[in-house]
Write a protein that binds this ligand. Structure first.
Ligand code: ZN
Length: 256
């Protein structure tokens, strides 16, 4: 089983992973609050040569579902560039949030825009790594909060080979039960490529996206261990830095 965490220290991701004893790490390739273009990582050779697997999380402003051209166009470009940067690091995928539209009336258009992301890129040879669409916790008119919306989205993106990243905090806070969640999501997407294993500071269906360490959060840690055990995918913790080592220790103890 490959378990690890999101890197807090971008300058030395492998060092961070080794310190934690991680088999997998997740990192950004740009400041996640920016529209910056990715630059070659100074430690590219070390990252590629390491046995620690790498996945890249895309930046936060990206919203490929948006019906606003001035947001959707740069979002598409950023996904393509960050996918290339991920490939340059030997990463196995690029995580992209499902995004949202401005009203329920725009949901259909948002799904179409997700399809267009893949279609447009196909003409350029496809993305350099698989795109892993992540479920989100809240916001109104989200593309990937409730599993019934994920099902509608998958009717379009599934044929383009989209991957899926399951975030347990987002599912829980978004109002989806975690009991049996792996089977329920696989029945929709056919796959889980990555798990973001996080507890939540907020209650079930709160719509809030605030990750918590296992000991402090509102999710039963045994449920988190169960997801980890059954997902059949690499598991990355995005829990607060001070408790990550304890969270990993809990998992290792409850998986063996
Ligand atoms: Zn996440």
């Amino acid at each position: 089983m490959r378990i690890g965490a999101h890197v807090r220290q971008d300058s030395d991701p492998i060092g961070f992973g080794e310190e934690l004893g991680a088999e997998v790490i997740q990192m950004f390739v740009v400041d996640p609050q920016s529209w910056d273009k990715p630059q070659p990582h100074p430690r590219t050779e070390q990252i590629k040569a390491s046995p620690i697997e790498v996945v890249v999380h895309s930046s936060y402003q990206i919203n490929v579902a948006s019906t606003n051209n001035r947001l959707r166009m740069p979002s598409r470009q950023a996904v393509a560039l960050q996918a290339q940067a991920a490939a340059d690091l030997g990463a196995f995928g690029l995580v992209v949030h499902g995004g949202h539209v401005r009203s329920d009336a725009e949901i259909e258009a948002g799904i179409t825009n997700w399809g267009k992301l893949f279609e447009r890129q196909q003409d350029k040879g496809g993305f350099a790594v698989p795109i892993l669409i992540e479920n989100t916790a809240g916001g109104n008119h989200a593309m990937a909060r409730y599993f019934d919306s994920i099902a509608k989205l998958w009717d379009v993106v599934g044929e383009h080979g989209a991957g899926f990243c399951l975030d347990t905090c987002h599912a829980w806070a978004g109002g989806e039960e975690l009991i049996g969640v792996v089977d329920r999501i696989k029945a929709i997407t056919g796959r889980i490529d990555l798990v973001h294993l996080n507890s939540s500071r907020d209650e079930f269906d709160s719509g809030a996206d605030r990750h918590a360490n296992f000991a402090e959060g509102t999710i039963d840690p045994q449920l988190l261990a169960e997801v980890c055990r059954t997902a059949g995918a690499p598991v990355v913790l995005e829990t607060p830095a001070e408790g990550v080592a304890d969270d990993l220790a809990y998992l290792r103890e409850h998986l063996s």
